[in-house]
Design a protein around this ligand. Sequence first.
Ligand SMILES: [Zn+2]
Length: 379
Amino acid sequence: MSETFALIYSSRFGEYSYGDFHPFKVDRYRLTYELMEQSGLVDLPQVKVVECPFVSEDMLLDFHRLDYLDTLKKFSMDDEPHANFFYGLGDVENPVFKGLYDWSRLMCGGTIEAVRQVTEHGCRAAFSMAGGWHHAHAARASGFSYLNDLVVAIKQLLKQGKRVVYVDIDAHHGDGVQEAFYSTDQVLTISIHENGKDFYPYSGFVDEVGSGDGYGYSVNIPLVSHSDDLIFEQAFQRVILPLIEGFAPDVLVTQMGADPLRTDPLTRLECTTAFMEYAGRQFLATDIPWVAIGGGGYDRLNVARTWTLLWATMIGEYVDDEFTSSLQATIAEIDEECFWLRDLPHMAAPDDFARAQQALDKNLSFIERCIFPLFNLSV
Ligand SMILES: [Zn+2]
């Protein structure tokens, strides 16, 4: 039987706004979808486009607190200024805007739908670009994230008795997801990110390994600034892929943030689009049912290009590097200019690379020594 791949999308994504001066731009989704479509990656026999639904409040309550949801709902009803710093709402990072609750429920619904497509509808893999809000806590917004779609979706999988590996390749630590599953051995969380010493969310150190039953089931690979594609690939080969195999999950859930790119305005890593194609190939090659979810990325074209390449990799299609004139026109409409899908190859400067390699070796050795034995893995 031929394999089917689900792409979760909705034109409603563009109906909301974090505000003109916020780094998160909702039109990244439309741009990504158009780039996929115009690259010939949507209208294909193996592709199923699924309208993104709203998540139900019942599902949200499996993780989020009712008082927090009630406040989100109340603040969403009008354009009046609202703030509650106890809940992390209404500051410059997590602005309150009309429709915020519906926006967050829609983002979350896409992740639930992607899981459903893989676990109930027989899709080989699914991609919901709208999710990836890995910083949201049970009763607190953080890092542009209001509802943690990843935690809510993984909780649904746990209810079905499934064991899950969660891999987070966003430039920021997946703190909200780690925290939610820190003491269970049913979910293995792996996050590779820029070092939290002086970088949001200031967590994700290598010695955060889980507690109680979850000891060894939280894995963190903090990278120093200027880490590049080669550093990412080594982390995959030495630690991430062996751990996925060692845990042997029923479902693989991955957060595919596009902000490790060297041209992202908020981060200091030096990856190129090749890192996303590499990650996509590796996840697909595990042969585990795969739910891929979006994430960060604060340059709209980076996001669109990176996720288009991810999608092409996922569905096994070759995609041309040169943009057509109609694509260039779409990009010009938003006052941007770009002619190529892939980044040129890039390597960090020799001194930066040496520092990144040294830090990586130290962290991977720690993981190999402390966590590998729990999964019967040897170095
Ligand atoms: Zn991020």
